[in-house]
Design a protein around this ligand. Structure first.
Ligand code: LMR
Length: 397
């Protein structure tokens, strides 16, 4: 039977992590997969999460409800949409727990396929997260790319042109904050411009929200686009939320898929449909991560600690951006590096050729995606100078 199956090459970013882990050289630097590391290059268990785990340690192991842990869903929806937003106050947010951001994208896509029809096109940004195309194509959507950014910033002209040309009901996958991989985010004024066209042309906005809070250190600020579209513009939207990065819960696979809709009655119907999908796919979601998130969000002290943890992570990333830039500038490395400090979030595309990327890996044991996207969170006080020097050597070669 299985002769018909052809070999699929391994996922590039996970393969890079595997190669890095197998490299015995002590000087190696991992700028590949986007996971936050502390000043010593180690995974960071957020203090808020550490305390929350202590609080939930006696939880039982029974099934959660099909839609997920109720307190988690309520608190996470309040967090993203804003507790006092019209959508929350009026009971117009349908939600379900999801297997982190990717699981949320899959559920959202499956739901939208039923709602918007088979011929709907999904627009993703170019560049975009390496998994976006595959998630939506696996659901059966045609996926098209929008020119999103250049080394100078967001390409508003192309974005607006695509928004104006797309068929009504097309789905636009926006990165709520910390665009992966470009590092360029839209300003509030640009979001307003985009929102006006989305509304006028009856397009459907889907927000991939993997970096809220971690981008600027301020959750409310990072949730601007979501809240503006849902509240100010009164649009129906999808939010695919992940707590992998914002709480450092990578392996727990905890996230949420949420839709704002026009009435509480529609919301109840949407939620019932989500429940049917979840039951058919995974029966009910895993409890551990959701309990941790709920414990952080429901406790005033832990919540305050988490806000501090977000600042710790985002300011360390900003500092590393600055130090990498300074290193390259001091060495007079050919290239335009100022943008490293102007961008936001974990990632930056350095603009190196694949050949230079391979050279950095082979010669200096510095690992990054072939596109030369680097995860800034892999830099620290002990390796940032080394990385700048190696990039300098490579570029001048
Ligand atoms: C990344 O972009 O490196 C992360 O979001 C990890 C992943 O799953 O690709």
């Amino acid at each position: 039977f299985f002769e018909v199956v052809s070999y699929t090459p391994p996922d590039a970013i996970f393969e890079l992590t595997k190669t890095y882990n197998a490299d015995p050289v002590a000087r190696k630097v991992n700028l590949g997969q986007g996971t936050y590391k502390d000043e010593n290059g180690n995974p960071w268990i957020l203090p808020a999460v550490r305390s929350a785990k202590e609080k939930i340690k006696d939880s039982n192991h029974e099934y959660l409800p099909i839609l997920g842990l109720p307190s988690f869903r309520t608190l996470a929806a309040d967090l993203v949409f804003g507790k006092h937003s019209a959508a929350i106050r009026e009971g117009r947010v349908a939600s379900c727990q999801a297997l982190s951001g990717t699981g949320a994208l899959h559920i959202a896509g499956t739901m939208l396929k039923q709602v918007l029809g088979r011929d709907t096109t999904v627009y993703i940004t170019k560049p975009s997260w390496s998994n976006h195309r595959q998630v939506f194509e696996s659901i059966g959507f045609a996926v098209q790319e929008i020119n999103y950014s250049s080394s100078a910033g967001v390409d508003m002209q192309s974005l607006i042109q695509t928004l104006n040309e797309a068929a009504p009901k097309s789905i636009f996958v926006f990165h709520a904050s910390a665009h992966n991989p470009s590092g360029w985010d839209c300003s509030p004024a640009q979001w307003k411009q985009i929102g006006a066209i989305v509304k006028e042309r009856q397009l459907f906005p889907l927000f991939d929200a993997a970096y809220l809070g971690l981008t600027s250190g301020d959750y409310d600020r990072d949730a601007f686009a979501i809240r503006y579209f849902a509240d100010e513009l009164g649009l129906e939207i999808a939010v695919c939320l992940s707590f992998a990065k914002s709480m450092g819960l990578y392996g727990e696979r905890v996230g949420m898929c949420a839709f704002s809709s026009n009435t509480p009655t529609i919301t109840a119907a949407v939620e019932s449909s989500l429940a049917r999908m979840i039951r058919a796919e995974i029966s009910n979601p895993p409890a551990f991560g959701a309990r941790i998130v709920a414990a952080v969000l429901e406790d005033e002290e832990l919540y305050a600690q988490w806000r501090k943890d977000l600042v710790t992570m985002s300011s360390r990333i900003a500092e590393m951006r600055w130090q990498l830039y300074q290193g390259l500038a001091e060495l007079r490395t050919p290239g335009d590096w100022k943008r490293i400090t102007e961008q936001k979030g974990m990632f930056c595309i350095l603009g190196l050729t694949p050949d230079q990327v391979h050279y950095l890996q082979k010669e200096y044991h510095i690992y990054m995606a072939e596109s030369s996207r680097v995860s800034i969170a892999g830099l620290n006080g002990s390796n940032v100078r080394y990385v700048a020097e190696c990039i300098n050597q490579t570029v001048k070669r």
